[in-house]
Structures are given as C-alpha cells and as structure tokens.
Design a protein around this ligand. Structure first.
Ligand SMILES: [Zn+2]
Length: 477
C-alpha cells in the first residue's frame, strides 16, 4: 500500500519494507518473531516465519490486516498496518490473540525485528530511549544485543530507559518509533554489528507474559513509525516529532499555558529554589540510627529572613525531613511534624512566615517507601513479587525500606495530602521517589491486575490527587 510519501510492502515470508518516497530511502525489516513457553520441554520456544500461516484478511489503500497462525502451537493474532501521511502505524489488537493449546502460552511478539538496519561504518546513529535520549553511532567494533524495558526495570536502573521512543538516522532520512499503547510491556532491543553485514538496528519487542502463569494485560499494542526526511532527519527532528505527539495525542500542555491556571507552577518561571534539610537518622537496617537535627523550623525562619534581607525577592522553599523522625523517617506515617523541630505548631508558624516574605513553601514527601518502625506499616500493603516476597529497596533513615503498592498508598494520600495542605502550603507538592521502576504486584488482595501498567496507573492516581490538592506536583526518581 502507498500514499504520496510512503510505500509499504510485505512479501510472502512476512518480511516488510517501508520506502520514504521523498528521499528514496528503504527501511527493511525481518518477519515477525514470537516466543512462547514450551510446557513439555520447560523452555522458551522461538517461532519464526516458517512456523506461521500468514493471510491478509483486510486490505484497503491505507490499511492492511494480516492474520498469523502457528498451527502446531495453537497461537494466532492479527497485525494491522495503516498509513497516515508519513506515518506507519502497527497494531496488535489484544482481542485478536488466541491460544488454543495449553502447552504453549504466549510470551512475546516482535512485529518488526531488525527494522531500519544500517551497517557499521555508515553515517548516522540510533536513538536509544535512555535518559533524555541517547544516540549510538554506527562506529562500534563490538557485536552485542542489549535490551531495555520502557520505563525501566530495577535490575537495569543504571540504564534509565525512560522514554517510549526509539529511532534511526541514516544520511538524509530518519524514523522515530513511538510506542503509543502497551508501552509498559514493551522492550526496546538494540543490536550492534549483527551478522556478516555488521548491521545495527533498534526495534520493540512486545511482552505479554514474563512467566507462564502471568495474566496478559488487556490493552492493544501499538507502535507508530514516523518517517523524517532532510532537515527533520536528525535527533532534533525526532524530538520535535515526539513533542508534537505529546501535545496533540496526549494533550499535554506546555508550562507557559499551565501557569496562569496553576499558580504554584509560577516558580518554574521566575523563582529561586531553596531546599532546606531539617532532620534525619543515619541509615541503619533497624531504623535506629543516630537522629540528626540540622535545622529547626525556627532556624529555617532565620535563614529565610537572611535570604530576603540579602535581596532575594522570589523564592520557592522545599522542606526536607520535616516529618516524623525526619527524612525517610517513618513512612507511611508522616504527621505530626517532628517535635524536635518544632512540631505542627512550629511548622505552621514557619509556613505563615515564609508566605509573608512573599515566598512559596512546600514539603518533600514520599508515598512509595514504607518502614517497619511506622505504626501504620503493614506488610500486606507492600508490593509482592512472583515468589511471594515483599519488595525491599535501600536502607534509608527509617531502616530497611519496603516498596509499597501504590493502590494501597492511595488511601494514605487521601488522608494525609489534605492535612499537609491545611498547614497553609502555597507551593506545588514534591513527591520523592514515588515513581519506581514498574513492578508487577502479585498480591491479589489489592484488587488491581498483576501488570506493570497497574503499578503506573496507581502512581498516576496519587500524583493526580496531589496536583488537585496543591495545584501542582513534582515527582522525583
Ligand atoms: Zn498491589
């Protein structure tokens, strides 16, 4: 199928190519690859094009639907391809996935493996989804395959794969892939120097299960390939394409549009930023490390007055360790404010004083960690992994930290966010560490699906509540 910008073809073995008519560039890819669990052999089985009966079941000028059936394994699904201007959209409707044999539960589908491969030594680069975007040029000598789950996994925290995008730039052509649905279970695979042609490529693998007994997240999988040419064929063009997607499809608003409606965001525009640490324990597994009081609420007042006297007219103040037992003290318990610092009354006085200076003030808080020293801690609220273990993280001020399930923490947020707001805070709220690498919580008592997406939706609910309560919310990780 084709339009004036793009020609898309699929051959009999189900490998495909996408031509950018503007530059003549042809992006090739291999046939879809599927992994399932072989119950009898207790190992992964890989299915390639010869394993499938492939049939085009719907065809129009801009839309093709192909049905893939692996008769031996009893797995079938549809892949839908549609053209829209310079974009190819590739979808797998979750409702199309059928498993007719108990011996081969589906694990993953890679719809366009090796898409856009470029040989080593050629000009250009791949865009990787790490940090705020990383480029990898075609000049590496080693041969390897590296993968990152979108939105990270704890075992790869150093990689910080934080974006649902990937791409390739070659000469005067480029593409940006955006995973627009099912991104929480999508892995971005990067290959360097693959095969005798030393090819480099980057493409998504769509996971449906991580273990044979997992439930499939009931969401369609979709990737949009945006072809870019000439002046747009670089990482800046990719960034503009992603920005336009966020503005148009996700309806995100730039800060300059939000500030008039959300006054606490004003500080992004013109305020200085002051973070003051009040108290905390030395990290120790039992949570009984030495308590250090560094700045009482009364001392914070003196500091802020001195800053004001020095001529700083606008400032946004964040207090860290104001809560019970200081920084990372006793979550999910936070109130009343730490008495050694001045307690609730001292904190309210500080808030009023700060606002009289014309400053913003808010708190550094946390709805992810939990500590056994807290009277509100319940192991039943912790994320439970597939082995039935409560997820543990680092050792911080409160002792060994447990990663709490956001669906359980929402009730604490509903109770405590209004209480902290009632102290008079006029800044946006600051949530420390509240976005963790998505983990599947297998605790059925929590009432959410056992999916990575459920974790992210839980965090979003807490963030939305903080935004509604305070007029803005920042999340740290
Ligand atoms: Zn849970």
């Amino acid at each position: 199928m084709e339009n004036t910008i793009v020609i898309f073809t699929i051959n009999k073995t189900a490998s495909a190519s996408l031509t950018d008519v503007r530059t003549g560039k042809i992006w090739h890819c291999l046939a879809p690859q599927v992994r399932c669990w072989n119950v009898a052999e207790e190992r992964v089985r890989e299915l390639h094009s010869q394993s499938f009966l492939v049939e085009r079941t719907v065809s129009s000028d801009t839309f093709w639907q192909f049905t893939f059936l692996a008769p031996k394994e009893g797995i079938s699904f549809r892949i839908e391809y549609s053209l829209n201007g310079s974009m190819l959209e590739v979808s797998i409707p979750v409702s199309s996935i059928k498993e007719n044999c108990q011996y081969f539960p589906l694990l993953s589908i890679t719809p366009l493996p090796g898409f856009g491969a470029v040989s080593t030594g050629e000009p250009g680069y791949m865009l990787l989804p790490n940090y705020s975007g990383v480029i990898c040029r075609f000049d590496k000598d080693i041969s390897l395959t590296h993968s990152n789950m979108i939105y990270m996994q704890q075992s790869q925290w150093e990689d910080f794969a934080d974006l649902p995008v990937f791409g390739v730039c070659h000469k005067n052509s480029a593409f940006l892939g955006i995973v627009t649905s099912g991104e929480f279970d999508t892995e971005i695979v990067t290959e360097l120097n693959r095969g005798p042609e030393r090819q480099n490529c980057i493409y998504p693998r769509l996971h449906f299960r991580y273990g044979k007994a997992d439930e499939i997240d009931n969401v369609d999988r979709r990737i949009c390939y945006h072809l870019l040419s000439d002046a747009d064929a670089d990482y800046a063009g990719m960034a503009r394409t992603y920005r336009n997607y966020l503005l148009q499809a996700k309806n995100l608003q730039p800060l300059r549009n939000r500030i008039p409606k959300q006054p606490p965001l004003t500080n992004y525009d013109s305020y200085g930023f002051i973070k003051i640490f009040c108290a905390g324990r030395s990290p120790q597994a039992d949570g009984q490390g030495t308590m250090h009081t560094t700045t009482t609420f009364a001392e914070v007042q003196k500091i802020l007055q001195a800053i004001k006297d020095a001529g700083i007219e606008k400032a946004s103040v964040i207090l860290v360790g104001w809560n019970q037992e200081g920084h990372d003290g006793k979550y999910p318990t936070r109130l009343p404010a730490e008495p050694r610092l001045g307690g609730d009354e001292g904190l309210k006085r500080l808030v009023d004083f700060t606002k009289e200076l014309g400053y913003q003030i808010t708190f550094h808080d946390n709805y992810a960690d939990g500590y056994q020293t807290s009277p509100d801690f319940a192991e039943a609220d912790v994320i439970t992994d597939r082995d039935g273990w409560p997820i543990r993280a680092g050792i911080w001020g409160g002792g060994t930290s447990y990663i709490m399930c956001p669906s359980q923490m929402l009730q604490f947020a509903e109770k405590d966010l209004p209480r902290t707001k009632s102290m008079g805070l006029n800044g946006k709220y600051y949530l420390d560490g509240t976005v963790q690498p998505p983990r599947i919580c297998y605790d059925k008592r929590h009432g959410h699906p056992a999916t990575r997406r459920a974790y992210c939706e839980g965090v979003k609910n807490i963030a939305r509540l903080a935004r509604r309560t305070f007029g803005g919310c920042e999340i740290e990780n």
